[in-house]
Ligand binder design. Structure first.
Ligand code: ADP
Ligand code: MG
Length: 621
């Protein structure tokens, strides 16, 4: 007892206060989710204590049976949710229920500000589920006592800016939440309603949820049931609860593995991108259990990074119960589980990709960029990952696999061609593609930033090397494409560019590495490429943007010998006195700038570019 201490009053942290205003004032139709959130907190509290008791068994002495109990009192108009989990002490209460806003608070408010203003059902996903109690209650009382500690505390609030904490009585560890229901929330005092809500949302909870001496839920961990006995709805609910997610699982992988290390996995691939997918601070989301006892959620060693979109549970009876998180990272048994899971997930994805390619597209749009990280990080399964990769290409609107690409190779085509850039629409219109398009030679269009990196590591697929079309010579001549054979006479027609090339080189000096006739252009007059052996254009741009590279390598300017501008310039350059031809000089710079612009860059000297452009226009008009 804490009878010497008195009642303290605190203000909610500003964002929490705003959140409460919205929650309490909402006319939300799906208010029943408050019960899901409170039962879920009770279940988390039991999980936490069971885990803590692994190292400190005295915490649960004399009270080993975890349970959650519900009650309604129609007269008093209260709903009660009680658990014998870990409980909270004074400081826990202060921190978790009021004065410190979790990072999710702001994110949730932002989310509410967007789109469907009424969708409060996401509240749990943002780690602020407790406050959903105020959707149905005008005031809430939390009496709680932390396992292993003496004192108990009463937290209470009407959700209007302030809350109080005072000493209380509670004989046993755990937490009791009492909701004083609002006038318009009477429906939740009905027994049938409570039963229905718990069945709908909380059936998968691994502890018994008791109501009037009856256990409402199955109370067996869902992953321990035979896969065929778990319905899609049950999976969805479990996924929502355990992953704090609100979408449907796109794929469910539930199976048991027997072997040197035996385990059960129940993994979900979300159908939309989780918010923290690219957050470097993100935590692991697949929960590790040992013999049904929750060990940790922050299991970096359990799955490779490129599968970080997975949610769910892995339970193994072969890991040691009191294994520490640090030891986990290096545990050979865990490494076995990791490699088994990795292969399993890849093979399930492959099945989906083959059986239902349209559906696979939605997965790939969400997680393709992440999966491709595995090409660099997980060398052991690189080939398997390549098989499940999909790409946009010049072949058509549908995504293609590398195998399909290889099956479409033209005669004498030796390489898998690609172009990389940060903007899919931009690269699809790149001049570099012209010659390939004309010949019907397919080019992969890579627009994820990770593409540049795996391309540095993965050199080939099916014996065919990857080759960037913005670097080195375009070896298009050798390939037998669709294009009607270019007659020899046409080629004879092509002017000798030597004079023009010499003039441009002289004028541009160090701005370019070289000037050459092009094989890859059919419509544009010019393009820039990286010389064989130099860094590819897009990679250089990427490194510059991330501050990892200063300055750049001069590029090779390629001229399209068939373009009328180039033809005219050839004539001019071959005239006597071309060395002092101001227009020719301006044209050299304008061609270079034009090529830069086509690559999405700016002219090297915008002011000079403007001056030259005006001057050329003046002469033309
Ligand atoms: P989340 O459950 O995602 O952490 P909530 O808003 O639902 O977010 O709960 C906030 C915190 O309050 C919990 O993380 C937990 O520390 C504490 N809490 C809530 N309910 C209980 C409970 N029944 N027993 C112990 N702690 C609880
Ligand atoms: Mg919660």
């Amino acid at each position: 007892m804490n009878d010497t201490a008195t009642k303290e009053v605190f203000s909610f942290q500003t964002e929490v206060g705003r959140l409460l205003d919205i929650v309490a004032g909402s006319l939300y139709s799906n208010r029943e989710i408050f019960l899901r959130e409170l039962v879920s907190n009770a279940s988390d509290a039991c999980d936490k204590l069971r885990h803590a008791a692994l190292t400190t068994p005295s915490l649960v002495e004399g009270n080993q049976e975890f349970q959650i109990s519900l009650n309604v009192d129609k007269k008093a108009k209260t709903i009660t949710i009680a658990d014998n989990g870990i409980g909270m002490n004074h400081d826990d209460l202060l921190e978790t229920l009021g004065t410190i806003a979790k990072s999710g608070t702001g994110a949730f408010l932002d989310q509410l500000g967007k789109g469907d203003k009424n969708d409060l059902s996401l509240i749990g996903q943002f780690g602020v589920g407790f406050y959903s109690a105020f959707m149905v209650a005008d005031s809430v009382e939390v009496t709680t006592r932390k396992a292993g500690e003496e004192g108990a505390w009463l937290w209470s609030s009407d959700g209007k800016g302030e809350f109080s904490i005072e000493p209380a009585n509670r004989d046993e560890r755990g937490t009791t939440v009492v909701l004083h229901t609002k006038k318009d929330a009477k429906e939740f005092l009905e027994e049938t309603r409570i039963r229905h809500i718990v069945k709908t949302y909380s059936d998968h909870i691994g502890f018994p949820v008791l109501f009037k001496d009856e256990t409402l839920n199955a109370a067996s961990a869902i992953w321990t049931r035979p896969p065929k006995d778990v319905s899609t709805e049950q999976h969805t609910e479990f996924y929502h609860h355990s992953a704090h997610a609100f979408d449907e699982p796109w794929l469910t992988i539930h199976n048991r593995v027997e072997g040197l290390v035996s385990y059960t996995n129940l993994l979900y691939v979300p159908s939309s991108q989780p918010l923290d997918l690219f957050d470097p601070e993100r935590k692991g989301h697949v929960k590790l259990y040992v013999n049904r006892v929750f060990i940790t959620e922050d299991t970096k060693g359990l799955l490779p990074n490129f599968l970080r979109f997975l949610r769910g549970v892995v339970d193994s009876e072969d890991l040691s119960l009191n294994i520490s998180r640090e030891m986990l990272q290096t545990d050979p048994k865990l490494a076995k589980i990791r490699s088994g899971l990795t292969k399993k997930v890849i093979s399930e994805l492959k099945k989906k990709a083959t059986k239902n390619p349209e559906d696979y597209v939605s997965f790939w749009k969400n997680f393709g960029a992440v999966v491709k990280e595995g090409l660099v990080e997980e060398v052991g399964v690189r080939d398997k990952i390549l098989e499940i990769c999909r790409f946009t290409s010049t072949h058509g609107d549908e995504l293609t696999s590398l195998q399909e690409y290889v099956d479409r190779l033209k005669d004498k085509q030796e390489a898998i061609y690609y172009i990389a850039g940060d903007d899919a629409a931009k690269i699809a219109h790149s001049p570099h593609l012209e010659g390939f398009r004309a010949k019907g030679v397919e080019v992969l269009l890579l627009s994820d930033s990770v593409d540049e990196f795996w391309m540095q590591h993965v050199t080939e697929f099916d014996g065919k090397p990857f080759k960037s079309i913005t670097r080195g010579a375009a070896d298009l001549d050798a390939i037998e494409g669709d294009e009607p054979k270019k007659d020899k006479k046409d080629e004879a027609d092509t002017p000798a560019l030597d004079g023009l090339i010499a003039a441009i080189k002289l004028e541009l000096g160090d701005l370019v590495k070289d000037v050459r006739p092009s094989k890859r252009l059919t419509e544009s007059p010019v393009c820039l490429i990286a010389d064989e052996g130099d860094m590819d254009v897009n990679l250089e741009r990427l490194l510059q943007r991330h501050g990892q590279l200063q300055g750049g390598t001069p590029r090779v300017l390629e001229l399209n010998p068939d373009h009328s501008i180039v033809r005219k310039l050839v004539e001019r350059a071959d005239l006597e006195g071309a060395g002092s031809d101001a227009l020719l000089k301006d044209a050299a710079h304008l061609l270079l700038d034009q090529a830069r612009i086509a690559d999405g860059e700016v002219p090297s000297d915008p002011a000079e570019f403007a001056r030259r452009l005006s001057s050329v226009m003046e002469q033309a008009l």
